[in-house]
Each structure stands twice: as structure tokens, then as C-alpha cells.
Ligand binder design. Structure first.
Ligand code: NAP
Length: 188
């Protein structure tokens, strides 16, 4: 039975032309050097406090592989000690006790397993999984952080959506580094 208090969010950062990574999976363009005088600056501790509100992460295997390569390069693990569910049909290295692999029906997994146990469920990407989540009507919210850069080609935020998804704009924030954050509720 689904927990009615639970909330499923899809969040990623994208270029202005809607890509979350280059075709080869690289995300070097996430570091930009823009400055927007009218933008908000992040107060110290803002990110840490915000991350505490997230109860678990869900991601596709290709996003997990990017996280593995970041960790191998010494950039650390972005998901703290929160339970992290990786969707895959393959055998992948399990580098932390907090990681669990899942393969199969995503709707059954989210509604039957995650919603009863977690309040704030974050889909951290990538494009294939975020589209699957929307196609199945599982997402309550989409958070879209737009970076001030165009990269021309790449992996889209929502891969092959097969229908329109109506949204309701809830919040717009602009930051000093030129990033614009859009928050939408998914309309039922
Ligand atoms: N800019 C950002 O904020 C951001 C955020 C996240 C990711 N990214 C980038 O996006 C890229 C990855 O995105 P992507 O769209 O290519 O891939 P993805 O969504 O991360 O992963 C897709 C894979 O997940 C597995 N999968 C999906 N649904 C499943 C299910 N129900 N059961 C079992 N396995 C399932 C399948 O892989 P198997 O073959 O393993 O079964 C599928 O090919 C990476 O380059 C990453 O760096 C960027």
C-alpha cells in the first residue's frame, strides 16, 4: 500500500538545450564560470541541510557508473549515507553498504517497497530512468537545474517520453553562479 506522505522527486542538472551529459557520458560542462548579479548566494550549510531532507536515492546503472568513476577519481560519493537503489540487470560492484540493486517492475518497486518506507524519494537520474519514472506516473515533482551553457548534443533529461506530461510551476530560483532552478509538480 502506498504511503500517502511519500514524495517522489526527479532532480537533475541540465544544459540550457536540455542535456544531462554529453553523448560519451561526460559532465565536465557542469562547472561553469558565469556570475549573475541578481542571483541568490547559497548560505553556508544550505546544501548539507537540504541533503538531510532526502531519505533515499534511486538511479539508473549508467548514472551509478558515473558515480563510481567520480569516486575512483577522488571526487567522493554524492549520496552520503542515504540508502541508494541502483536499477540494473547487470552485476555491478557494490562499493557501499547503503547500495542496493534492483531489477524489474519500477512501479511495483516504488509503490510497494520505497513509498511505505521513505518520505522523500529522489530519482537522481539519468535520462532513461527519469523518463521511465514519468511514463509510469510515479513522479510527484520535477526539479530542473539549468546551467548557463549550451552543449549542442548529448543525453536528454527525459529520454523518449511517449506522451505529454502536464506540470505546475511551483518555484523559480536563480543563483549567483547563473544556475536557474525550476520546481514543478506533476499534474495528475
Ligand atoms: N546532469 C545531471 O544532473 C545528471 C544526473 C544523473 C546522470 N547524469 C548522466 O546521465 C548519464 C546516464 O543517463 P542514461 O539515461 O544514459 O542512463 P541511466 O538512466 O542512468 O541508466 C539506464 C539504465 O538503468 C537500468 N535500468 C533502468 N530501468 C531499470 C529497471 N526497471 N530494472 C533494471 N534496470 C533498469 C538499465 O541498465 P542495465 O543495462 O544495467 O540493466 C538502463 O540502461 C550519465 O552520463 C550520467 O553522468 C547526469
Amino acid at each position: 500500500m502506498a504511503n500517502t506522505d511519500s514524495h517522489v522527486t526527479i532532480h537533475m542538472a541540465a544544459s540550457l538545450d536540455g542535456f544531462i551529459a554529453r553523448k560519451d557520458g561526460s559532465v565536465d560542462w557542469l562547472e561553469t564560470s558565469d556570475e549573475f548579479a541578481g542571483g541568490e548566494s547559497m548560505a553556508p550549510g544550505f546544501v548539507e541541510a537540504f541533503l538531510k531532507t532526502i531519505d533515499c536515492y534511486v538511479m539508473g546503472s549508467r548514472t551509478y557508473e558515473t558515480a563510481l568513476s567520480f569516486e575512483a577519481k577522488g571526487f567522493g560519493w554524492s549520496y552520503g549515507d542515504k540508502p541508494t537503489f541502483v536499477l540494473t540487470h547487470r552485476e555491478l560492484p557494490r562499493i557501499r553498504d547503503t547500495i542496493e540493486f534492483y531489477s524489474g517492475d519500477l512501479a511495483q518497486f516504488v509503490n510497494g517497497r520505497l513509498r511505505p518506507s521513505f518520505r522523500s524519494i529522489w530519482f537522481a537520474g539519468g535520462g532513461a530512468v527519469s523518463a521511465e519514472c514519468l511514463r509510469l506516473g510515479l513522479a510527484d515533482e520535477v526539479r530542473y537545474s539549468i546551467l548557463p551553457v549550451l552543449i549542442g548534443d548529448g543525453i536528454p533529461f527525459f529520454e523518449k517520453l511517449d506522451r505529454d506530461v502536464a506540470l505546475h510551476l511551483v518555484e523559480v530560483k536563480s543563483w549567483k553562479n547563473g544556475m536557474v532552478e525550476l520546481r514543478y509538480d506533476v499534474r495528475r
